[in-house]
Design a protein around this ligand. Sequence first.
Ligand code: ATP
Ligand code: MG
Length: 215
Amino acid sequence: MSRVRQGWLGGTFDPIHCGHLDVARAAHLALSLDTVHLVPARVPPHRLAPHAPAEHRLAMVTLAAKSDDWLRVSDIEMRAEAPSYTADTLDRLAASGTALDTLHVITGADAFAGILSWKDAEILLSRCHFVVVSRPGHPAPALRQALPSLAARMRHPDDYDDRLQPSIFLVDAPTAPVSSTRIRALASAGSSLASLVPPTVAEYIDKTALYRGVA
Ligand code: ATP
Ligand code: MG
């Protein structure tokens, strides 16, 4: 019997947008993942504090996750006031009984380019699979040249095999050319977010005026 394959897409989600959902879908399809968990961080490491409070970001992720039955939301990184390092999250998942070899950490290619500066990067990469999806301007296959020390572990999703050592799967699929930074700017100016975020999220941002006055 094949094992359940879980995907894990962390982010600030300030706010969640169609690009995030494209990444989740691309990983789900390329690796036949049974579920993809969206995991908002209360305090993201390596960046400025988010604009929207954590509870609002979690609420928007929950609305967006209703679009597909394989999408899930995890609040595991919402509970701690300390920065959410993926290494610590994996420790907590392992302690609560998750088999890490069933886990696939998903990132965009822009985020993965900085992997070697993540806390305990080497240990992380040896504990679970990574799935890296292209982002407009950041093709995943280019990571073979950008991160030569990791190139031997990089594979095409077609080469997936349940017995593989933890690997880095490069998924070169199109995703919407959207960023939360651009959405905050549009929302601040009162511009339409139609087709950039799910309609329920656009409505939430409008109703709460979450990003009004954001510089
Ligand atoms: P910000 O502009 O605030 O940095 P963002 O749009 O980059 O926001 P994040 O929450 O920082 O969103 O990203 C979470 C994860 O989703 C990261 O791994 C990032 O690389 C990935 N990601 C976000 N948008 C896209 C996209 N359009 N295509 C591919 N990957 C994306
Ligand atoms: Mg980002």
